[in-house]
Design a protein around this ligand. Structure first.
Ligand code: HPA
Length: 272
């Protein structure tokens, strides 16, 4: 694995020459619009990158976008890998290992999620305060490479408090409504049954989705600071669970995306 990480990082570095991104960004379902804000220097399709998995989901493009966001050098993944596509946890998180190898110390992740918190409205923006790993696995299972991080990883502040506070300030300044909450990561690909939404809410989660948790675990393993945000694209509130489809998720995410993009952009301006 170490060799593959190095080979992939070397390949990307050779493509971007002396460009040094400081922030990595993983763009989720329908949230690719942030790319419009990036002054693109380099685009690298995943299909050209050695050892990179390929994205298979509609609405997820598969390429790296490297350039400037708010005048800060960033590397963005347009399209991510999901457990339900059949990849294992190490494949899903491989790009985060590569980011770290490239010298990136900060990671921003976004996703679409179903909301269980009864205070949530459709289209709500949620700053991820913490997560519950409800995937049937963990990307750190197996041999630990001490060069990459510790065997037993502290997760007491997986989502950087300083970044969360900055994001709240940015939202307030731009009069954007945001909530903070706990994200439950599940394998999918089924959306939840009403009983599952109720169960997850009672377990302490505000929202549920099929991504993010593996990448965040690996980012923390590598000592990266993390900021995460969800768009609540459907509601699984007790007594009000409605039919949900991938199309509906994409529609709501796309409508709310400009607000999230603004928060991410202004956060990068400060932390990048
Ligand atoms: N459940 C799981 N994943 C999701 C949902 C949901 O309700 N909405 C968007 N991604």
């Amino acid at each position: 694995m170490l060799e593959q990480i190095q080979q992939t990082a070397q390949y990307i570095q050779s493509k971007i020459q002396s460009f040094q991104p400081t922030v990595g960004i993983i763009l989720g379902s329908g949230l690719g619009g942030l790319v419009k804000e990036i002054e693109v220097k380099y685009t690298i399709p995943y299909s050209e990158i050695p050892h990179f998995p390929q994205s298979t989901v509609q609405g997820h493009k598969g390429q790296l976008i490297i350039g400037y966001l708010a005048e800060k050098p960033v590397l963005a993944m347009q399209g991510r890998f999901h457990y339900y596509e059949g990849y294992d946890m190490k494949q899903i998180t491989f790009p985060v290992r590569v980011m770290k190898q490239l010298g990136i110390e900060k990671l921003i992740v976004s996703n679409a999620a179903g909301g269980m918190n009864p205070e949530f409205q459709l289209g709500e923006l949620m700053i991820i305060k913490d997560h519950i790993n409800f995937f049937p696995s963990n990307p750190l299972i197996g041999k630990n490479y001490d060069e990459l991080g510790p065997r037993f990883l502290d997760m007491s502040e997986a989502y950087c408090k300083e970044y969360r506070d900055l994001a709240k300030q940015i939202a307030e300044k731009h009069t954007i409504r945001v909530k903070e909450g706990v994200y439950m990561g599940v394998s999918g690909p089924c959306f939840e049954t009403p009983a599952e939404y109720r169960c997850f809410w009672r377990m302490g989660a505000d929202a549920v989705g099929m991504s993010t948790v593996p990448e965040v675990i690996v980012a923390r393993h590598g000592g990266m600071k993390v900021f995460g945000m969800s768009i609540i694209t459907d509601l699984g509130i007790e007594g009000h669970v409605e039919n949900v489809s991938h199309e509906e998720v994409l529609k709501v995410a796309t409508a709310q995306e400009p607000k999230m993009s603004l928060i991410v952009k202004e956060l990068v301006r400060i932390i990048g």
